[in-house]
Design a protein around this ligand. Structure first.
Ligand code: R5P
Length: 302
């Protein structure tokens, strides 16, 4: 049995393979077969003493089940330590009851995964009312890695106009926006957002004067339907911003929504590879492999 190996959910293929190569560990794909009635058969292995499951958790419902099934197979075959790398962590936004009767899905998913694996590693988890990832995953190790330092390094290597204003679409984006702007030495501004429905929001700026004639870097952790970015780009055009480039950590929107973003006046859209997406431009391999390094090492076991 190998000491450490990486198992990828089908969606994680290329990114998981690259990570395994960096770590120097074998990589295998977890096979997920869907029966005609919708049930899943999951085949995982060969088990290693420490098994890392790489699973970008966009479109998460079946993937969560696949992780539970894979964990059962791997533990039974001898895995002692299971580490889940979910570069995008699902169900973090429903962290409270917003309307009577709603489930707090963050709490349910957190408890389920905490019973299944020994450690969770993610990137820019959407933590708002639950302040820490430890609070989401009671009793296990949990690491919330930061993408903004990597994004800042990537941007520093480009010719960024020093007049650029880093803009966030809502109060929840303040942490990312102020961090990135601070690293780049740029001004920043956070808009006010009102959500009307899943896909419709309105955006306004308390102090739009700073934006007139200046390039904008529009930054958020998640673009889900893309509605927030579209409304924000339109609002930025109305107040005279010059050009809008977008950077998000997690690009969840369908690939063809990118055209709608460009039609709304956005010049470019870049994302990290936490979710495999055509806009992926910034790799986080360095921070992921550094976080996983302590899991590697020692002799192969018999
Ligand atoms: C919300 O708090 C998040 O940071 C994003 O702003 C939100 O998920 C974006 O959603 P959408 O793209 O559907 O407007």
């Amino acid at each position: 049995m190998n000491r450490t190996a990486l198992q990828c959910l089908p969606d994680g293929g290329k990114d998981g393979e690259r990570l395994a190569a960096q770590l120097g560990v074998p990589v295998h794909e977890i096979a997920v077969h869907r029966f005609p009635d919708g049930e899943l058969r999951v085949t995982a292995g060969p088990a290693a003493a420490t098994t890392i499951i790489y699973a970008p958790l966009h479109q998460p419902n079946e993937k969560l089940l696949a992780i539970l099934f894979a964990a059962e197979a791997l533990r039974r075959e001898g895995t002692k330590r299971l580490v889940l790398v979910a570069p995008y962590l699902c169900y973090m936004r429903q962290d409270a009851v917003f309307h009577g009767g709603e489930a707090i899905s963050q709490r349910v998913v957190g408890a389920l995964l905490a019973k299944t694996v020994d450690r969770v590693i993610t990137v820019d988890a959407h933590l708002h009312r639950t302040n820490t990832l430890q609070g989401v995953f009671p009793g296990i190790e949990a690491d919330n890695l930061a993408a903004m330092p990597v994004i800042a390094d990537a941007l520093q290597a480009t010719s960024l106009d020093p007049a650029t204003v880093v803009v966030g679409p809502d109060a929840e984006s303040r942490q990312w926006v102020s961090d990135l702007a601070g690293r780049l030495g740029l001004a920043h501004l956070v808009a006010e957002k009102k959500r009307h429905s899943d896909r419709s929001v309105s955006i306004s700026f308390a102090d739009p004067a700073i934006l007139a004639g200046r390039p904008v870097l529009l930054v958020d952790d998640i673009a889900s339907s893309g509605g927030t970015l579209i409304s924000c780009a339109k609002a930025l055009a109305e107040v005279g911003a010059m050009a809008v480039d977008v950077i998000v950590t997690h690009a969840l929107f369908p690939a063809d929504t990118t055209d709608a973003l460009l039609r709304a006046g956005i010049r470019s859209v870049r994302s990290t590879h936490t979710v495999p997406h055509p806009t992926n431009a910034i790799r986080l391999d360095g921070i992921l492999s550094a976080a996983l390094r302590p899991e590697i090492g020692g002799e192969e076991t018999a």
